[in-house]
Design a protein around this ligand. Structure first.
Ligand SMILES: Cc1cc2nc3c(=O)[nH]c(=O)nc-3n(C[C@H](O)[C@H](O)[C@H](O)COP(=O)(O)O)c2cc1C
Length: 185
């Protein structure tokens, strides 16, 4: 697949088979993804991979965290079980951290570089036939999660990339034509 095909082929895939992904495959993806642009070669990223045995520990600790934060208080036992199952159905969680350092401009550059690197991960995963989804928001952008994953004082979570072999590949979500957002100066 050429770059254009790969970009158009990528989807946020949220349903996976239970076929495992070998660690080596993920490491191979990361070793290429890190060739994203990074100003002054700061390479601000770091990864925490929850795969194989680590995945079950990860799901346990995530559920414990949500419980401790009161996010499960309004749920019945059955709803909690369903939520746990939903997390457990994701074969791999890859947390991408980035180092927050320097001036505001540098911090912005480092977050942008990390985002470019994450898109590389998604495209490389797509090329190998894997599905992935970049997760953010209330579960993952919290101090509690940063602590759970072992982030240092100066690291932030850029996203959690779920990975697995796709069970369902969603259709393309059409975008607004770029020409509708393009001004010639
Ligand atoms: C920074 C960022 C955060 C995202 N967070 C979530 C998320 O928390 N949950 C989710 O299901 N999808 C998340 N997504 C995926 C988007 O919802 C998805 O890209 C969008 O719906 C377009 O679909 P596509 O990726 O299949 O083209 C995120 C995407 C980005 C770039």
């Amino acid at each position: 697949m050429n770059a254009r095909q790969l970009i158009l082929e990528r989807r946020s895939v949220r349903a996976y088979t239970d076929q495992p992904i070998p660690n080596e495959m993920i490491e191979e993806i990361l070793e290429a993804a890190i060739y994203a642009p990074t100003h002054k070669l700061r390479e601000p990223w770091r990864f925490v991979l929850a795969n194989e045995d680590g995945q079950a520990r990860y799901v346990d600790q995530l559920m414990n965290l949500l419980a401790a934060r009161g996010q499960l208080d309004q749920k019945t036992d059955e709803q909690r079980q369903l939520m746990r199952q939903k997390f457990a159905d994701v074969p791999v969680y890859l947390t991408v951290l980035y180092e927050v350092q320097g001036t505001e401009d540098q911090q912005m550059e480092d977050l942008l570089a990390t985002a470019a690197m994450i898109q590389n991960i998604q495209l490389l995963a797509t090329e190998l036939g894997l599905g992935c989804c970049w997760k953010s928001g209330k579960h993952w952008f919290t101090d509690g999660y940063a602590e759970l994953i072992g982030a240092t004082e100066t690291e932030r979570v850029a996203g959690v990339i779920q990975l697995g072999w796709p069970a369902v590949i969603p259709p393309l979500k059409k975008r607004t034509a770029a020409r509708d957002k393009l001004t010639h100066f």
